[in-house]
Write a protein that binds this ligand. Structure first.
Ligand code: ZN
Length: 128
């Protein structure tokens, strides 16, 4: 746990990620996250569907060359149909941005959610 950094995410965005994950289940879903980073706080303001959606192929297959050159992308959100709220080695190896938001089956609200930095340390999540 790295309690010094708080990630705030609007309720609507959480809802969209959970819905997206439910829709794609049992495949994996992925979104890009747009927002701002501050010294002790990361604020997510928007979710973006990756260009040339690679839904269902797993997080690791998201091709970097297809990423928008957009420095407001500060992280990703993806689902774990397995129900695990732990990051995999692939997740960390392919981490993009500063934040990895994870939703796990059964995608049931805040308990199905975890947020990490790219070192794999769990961050504090604040729903706004
Ligand atoms: Zn993963």
């Amino acid at each position: 746990m790295n309690p010094t950094i708080e990630v705030s995410v609007p309720k609507e965005i959480i809802q969209m990620i959970l819905e997206g994950a439910k829709t794609l289940h049992p495949k994996e879903t992925i979104f890009l996250l747009r927002g701002k980073t501050h010294v002790d706080k990361i604020t997510i303001s928007e979710i973006v569907i990756p260009p040339s959606a690679t839904y269902g192929k797993g997080f690791a297959s998201l091709p970097m060359f297809m990423m928008p050159i957009d420095f407001s992308i500060i992280g990703t959100a993806h689902s774990h149909p397995s129900g695990s709220l732990a990051l995999s080695v692939e997740d960390l190896n392919h981490a993009l941005g500063k934040v990895l938001l994870l939703v796990a089956y059964p995608y049931d609200g805040i308990d199905s959610l975890a947020v990490y930095n790219r070192k794999g340390e769990k961050l504090k999540l604040r729903v706004t």
